[in-house]
Design a protein around this ligand. Structure first.
Ligand code: GLN
Length: 271
């Protein structure tokens, strides 16, 4: 295919994709995804790149997340396999990784690990550390295992299917979590892409704070002395979540901003 033919295909698609924001970027990424791929096996090799691209454009117009079409998301320093079984890693969550790497720890648990993006990112940057990735979803853990393999971290991580601390035995130096924190009544107003992500990873089906209440109440029993908890929060939840940890006896409770200046992480130290 000539370069000018590709340009024409991309320009036409960009027009259609402008409804999503940056149509040119969307078109470029979909064209790349329609080419030979490393991450997804596809049985449709007889399909031309142009036809596959058209299929992808239609999927995007139906608001299927870009990460599901491409099969991956770049997060922190690595590329993570992403499917509809896990939360699509968000750039905001890199704030939690950044904060975790500023505190001392040799052992870390990630409550609700999903794709494993938080746990694997911190383990990769802290080569002496080991971790446990916990999730209620066996399907999510299967994705996390693939990601651990790809990053050669399998030897330093254990996967555990369970609900928060159930069947866990401490002590652990650091607990990280990006729990489902969207309130049930906020769900209908969210971007259409989120309907393709696991609902259980997004909302607690209540006021958005249930997991913080449970983590604040239980974490101290599993933490080493001087151990810390770092949780991602919604941008309006900082003061409430900080109070939950303070009321549970944690010290040095701090609300940390993300790279856009919005409250994004609450950090607390076992008192
Ligand atoms: N830990 C994963 C992430 O931050 C999944 C979180 C979740 O499913 N709520 O992307």
């Amino acid at each position: 295919m000539t370069a000018s033919r590709i340009d024409a295909i991309l320009a036409a698609a960009a027009q259609r994709l402008n409804a999503l924001g940056d149509g040119r970027r969307e078109a470029r990424q979909l064209w790349e995804a329609a080419g030979p791929r490393r991450f997804l096996d596809h049985a449709d090799d007889h399909v031309s790149r142009e036809d596959r691209f058209e299929d992808f454009v239609k999927l995007r117009l139906a608001r299927v997340p870009m990460s599901h079409i491409r099969g991956y998301r770049d997060f922190w320093k690595h590329r993570f396999v992403v499917t509809s079984d896990v939360l699509d890693p968000r750039p905001d969550t890199e704030t939690l990784v950044d904060a975790a790497l500023k505190v001392p720890f040799e052992t870390v648990w990630d409550l609700g690990t999903g794709s494993g993006c938080i746990l694997l990112s911190v383990l990769a940057d802290r080569p002496s550390a080991t971790g446990v990735g916990i999730d209620v979803s066996g399907k999510a853990l299967a994705v996390a295992k693939i990601n651990a393999d790809a990053l050669s971290l399998t030897d330093r991580v254990v996967w555990h299917q369970g609900d928060l601390f159930a069947q866990m035995t401490g002590p652990v130096d650091l607990i990280v979590s990006n729990p489902p924190y969207i309130a049930a009544d906020e769900m209908p107003g969210l971007a259409p892409e989120l309907s393709h992500e696991p609902r259980v990873a997004l909302t607690d089906e209540a006021d958005g704070l249930s997991f913080y209440r449970r983590i604040a109440a239980q974490a101290a029993a599993y933490l080493a002395p001087q151990g810390r908890v770092l949780v991602e929060i919604g941008s309006t939840q900082g003061p409430t979540v900080a109070s939950l940890f303070r009321d549970a006896g944690f010290t040095q409770v701090a609300i940390l901003p993300d790279f856009d200046g919005r409250d994004r992480v609450v950090q607390a130290k076992r008192g």
